[in-house]
Design a protein around this ligand. Structure first.
Ligand SMILES: *Cc1c(COP(=O)(O)O)cnc(C)c1O
Length: 368
């Protein structure tokens, strides 16, 4: 019996080795490494892929969120509604502007921010809603956008886990005011290092982010605002262009893995993911829930199967956010998720035999 890793990142390189080696060599030979032709081409290709007018490459996913909030003039004294159950980057982007993240609980079934709970969290200081397309499933955007419109709020989506996902059959990059993307190596579209981007249909916003990512400068040595150094380099852009061409094929493999889990684990004592009809997910993660999650994880590890937990501590319970003063029990849905979620191995290179091994073990361990 071989070990089953959660995700085989090396396999993504090996499958495309000749294309990637050629792309990297092309950049090295060019003598131009930042803000060049590869980035421009990737931005055009990724904007088209996500159905948005503009794409701005930046250093990573956190900066994609942060620079967009800055470009929206969100800062000290402002509040931004965020999911109570997300990776901490979503919250940090808000805090880094000086604004306050205000948690909103997720829907119990989709794990995405619950549009019904937005109203009660809105105050005169609220400036924006920041939904996350968690685990590869787009958030329920229609009611979120309606609520934002009614209250005059901006909508920035965190698409870090949802490259290629669709909502009502359409690409999601142009929904709301902007979408922030991460190309962290483990994401569905991953670089060989850090990278990120923002997509938007808003030309003014796009231009502001473009200036902010490069020292607040449009013309070299002329600085209009106090900007940042957050650029997507030419090497990563060239690699991302190669991987983007294989994105749909790789997402289709994830969809197949998810469908296989769904069919095989239907009778197990596990809560499986729920997908609403308007959503086409890309299965960044396949997250199940089990009341004795730690025991299950340990028993799977004993059988050579690696699982992960996304995420074990909700942001409001992190020491980093102790100053916000949210005690245990403040956000019971997020807290109960943190105690029970388990992510099963999934990825474009998980073989049928490996998945069979995972399924066999879970069926045995989770008999009803
Ligand atoms: C990965 C991730 C980020 C941050 O992306 P980085 O590129 O690592 O900065 C933000 N939000 C979510 C939901 C993520 O999964």
């Amino acid at each position: 019996m071989n070990n089953v890793h959660f995700l085989d990142l090396g396999a993504t390189y090996h499958e495309l080795k000749s294309e990637i080696d050629a792309a990297v060599a092309r950049v090295l030979e060019s003598g131009w490494y930042l803000l060049g032709a590869e980035l421009e081409a990737f931005e055009a290709e990724y904007a088209a892929y996500t159905g948005a007018h503009y794409c701005i490459g930046v250093g990573n996913g956190l900066e994609a969120l942060h620079l967009t909030l800055r470009a929206m003039d969100i800062g000290p004294g402002d509040e931004v509604l965020v999911p109570s159950n997300t990776y901490i980057a979503t919250w940090l982007a808000v805090s880094q502007t000086g604004a306050t993240p205000v948690p909103v609980e997720p829907d119990e079934y989709t794990y995405n921010i619950d549009p019904q709970r937005l109203e009660e969290a809105i105050t005169p200081r609220t400036r924006a809603i920041l939904p996350v397309h968690l685990y590869g499933q787009p958030a329920n955007m229609a009611p979120i956008l309606a609520c934002a419109k009614m209250h005059g709020l901006k909508v920035l989506a965190d698409g870090a886990q949802a490259h290629g996902a669709r909502y009502h059959g359409a690409a999601i990059g142009g929904l709301g005011d902007a979408t922030a993307w991460s190309f962290y190596p483990g994401k569905n579209l991953g670089a060989f290092g850090d990278a990120g981007a923002v997509t938007t249909d808003d030309q003014v916003l796009a231009e502001r982010i473009r200036i902010l990512r490069n020292y607040g400068s449009r013309v070299k040595y002329v600085n209009e605002v106090q900007g940042y150094n957050s650029r997507l380099d030419e090497m990563q852009a060239a690699v991302l262009r190669v991987k983007l061409r294989h994105m749909d094929t790789w997402n289709a493999r994830r969809v197949h893995v998810a469908a296989t889990y769904k069919a095989a684990l239907a009778e197990c004592a596990l809560l499986l993911p729920v997908v609403p009809p308007e959503i086409t997910p890309v299965w960044h993660l396949y997250v199940v829930r089990h009341p004795q999650r730690e025991t299950l994880q340990r028993d799977l590890q004993t059988r050579g199967i690696q699982t992960l937990i996304h995420y074990p501590i909700p942001p409001h319970r992190q020491t980093a956010y102790a100053d916000l003063g949210w005690p245990a029990g403040s956000f019971p849905v997020a807290e109960s998720m943190a105690d029970s979620v388990l992510s099963l191995p999934i990825g474009p290179h998980l073989s049928a035999a490996q998945q069979g091994q995972v399924i066999e073990a879970i069926v045995e361990l989770c008999k009803t």
